[in-house]
Design a binder for this molecule. Structure first.
Ligand SMILES: Cc1cc2nc3c(=O)[nH]c(=O)nc-3n(C[C@H](O)[C@H](O)[C@H](O)COP(=O)(O)OP(=O)(O)OC[C@H]3O[C@@H](n4cnc5c(N)ncnc54)[C@H](O)[C@@H]3O)c2cc1C
Length: 404
């Protein structure tokens, strides 16, 4: 049986290897870019956070997050790691459950997959961008406009729209749309949030462990604690990715409330600042040793303590104002960065039209979908790649079964 797979990203490569486990299957893997795993190579800042050992249904979003359950049961993090080990990849797990290649290089993940694809029953064709496809008796005819390929079963693993420069595109949604599948509204997720706060330029590059609350018209929308990074256009870093899903995408006032010293309560900070206010330090040095110097300076000024040159001039109300600036600083937000900058697409092809036990389409027998093109997106921390491996593997296994 010939299994056609469109897209040699994480999900498509997992699908190809699973389908090729049966030596009677012939797999044709079609990739429009010049090489496989282009986006994979850029993941995790070049380190590739390939899974998270804590991955569960609750880490996924979409119209029906429970859709992920059978795939996670069939190919959860532990099975994924032993599968990678069998391909020759050594890994290391961080205390948070995030898993990286031992080499700390995303290349290693791409390479072991690339080597594994080098099998007699897998034909890899790069530079092949599928533009047309149609269902015909007993299979599918796929074309790039010049050449056609026939397959008995077809897996669409084209990924999502996020990370446009790394190959994110509308292609998968369009191809599945041609076969009758519908797509929900697509939004950028795991993405930076823009702000027009004037002081941002002076904070560019500053990192701080922070508790971030996103407020929509004053009501708590999302919160998380972790590394925050200031950029010249707004807020970034893992903690922002975690709270970014659907933030700033509906009308109203969006605000980020930052506790820039989450491990220290207001009382302890007040005590420390009162102690410092006994000395005649320059005002700009009040938070030296507490926060990044540039951040300390900006917060002290933003607290509105005007006309005081030295810290010994501060009264207790002013100290309270500064503590408030450190512990609950509010920055108004404008919008998320676009799909170019997003790590993942929220929304996608409706999962209700696929069988979660097999990943087969309920509309077109013999057609399968997997990975980010479907309406599933994960939290920050290795969950999106885990979904790609799990759903890709399950699709490949089932597409490769002789009788159904
Ligand atoms: C910068 C960045 C960092 C990230 N870091 C992490 C991380 O550390 N951990 C994590 O879990 N997730 C991370 N993600 C998310 C993760 O990379 C994706 O969710 C995952 O790659 C999706 O896998 P996929 O196989 O569905 O799609 P992709 O990996 O995007 O693969 C789809 C493939 O299909 C090809 N294709 C598309 N259309 C066609 C067509 N018509 N014909 C032929 N080929 C086609 C594309 O060229 C592409 O190679 C990151 C994403 C980005 C952008």
């Amino acid at each position: 049986m010939i299994i056609g797979i469109i897209g040699a990203g994480a999900a498509g490569m997992a699908a190809a290897l699973a389908a090729a486990e049966n030596p009677d299957n012939q797999v044709v893997l079609l990739e429009r870019q010049a090489r496989v795993g282009r986006k994979l190579q850029a993941t995790g800042n070049g380190r590739c956070n390939l899974t998270n050992r804590n991955a569960e249904v609750k880490n996924y979003h979409g119209e029906d997050p429970a859709f992920t359950a059978p795939a996670l049961r069939a190919m959860g993090p532990e099975k994924t790691l032993s599968w990678f080990r069998s391909l020759g990849l050594f890994t290391v797990t961080e205390p948070s459950g995030k898993v990286y290649p031992y080499s700390d290089q995303a290349n290693s993940v791409v390479d072991v997959l690339r080597f594994a694809l080098d099998k007699p029953n897998i034909e890899l064709r790069t530079g092949f961008e599928v533009e047309k496809l149609r269902k015909e008796d007993g299979g599918f005819v796929i074309s790039n406009g010049e050449e056609t390929v026939f397959c008995h079963r077809l897996i669409i693993a084209c990924g999502g729209l996020a990370g446009t420069k790394l190959g994110g595109s509308m292609s998968g949604y369009k191809l599945l749309g041609k076969l009758g599948h519908k797509t929900t509204r697509l939004r950028p997720s795991l993405v930076q949030l823009k702000s027009n706060w004037g002081a941002l330029a002076s904070l560019k590059g500053v990192r701080a462990n922070s508790r971030v609350q996103i407020l929509h018209d004053g009501i708590l929308f999302a919160e998380s604690t972790g590394e925050l990074q200031f950029t010249d256009y707004g807020l970034s870093g893992p903690v922002i990715f975690e709270v970014s899903r659907d933030a700033c995408q509906t009308p109203g006032e969006w605000t980020a409330k930052l506790d820039l010293l989450p491990h220290c309560d207001a009382g302890e900070l007040t005590e420390e600042l009162l102690r410092r206010s006994k000395f005649a330090l320059p005002m700009d040095e009040l938070l030296t040793g507490v926060l990044h110097n540039r951040l300390g300076r900006v917060l002290t000024r933003a607290a509105g303590v005007k006309g005081k040159q030295t810290t010994d001039r501060l009264d207790s109300d002013e100290i309270e104002q500064i503590v408030r600036a450190v512990k609950s600083f509010e920055i108004s937000l404008v919008e998320p960065m676009g799909m170019d900058s997003a790590q993942v697409t929220a929304g996608g092809v409706l999962t209700r039209d696929f069988d979660p036990e097999t990943m087969e389409s309920r509309l077109v027998p013999g057609l399968y979908g997997c990975g980010e093109v479907l309406d599933i997106d994960g939290d920050c921390g290795g969950y999106n790649l885990q979904w790609a491996w799990s759903s890709g593997y399950l699709a490949g296994k089932n597409a490769g079964k002789e009788t159904k």
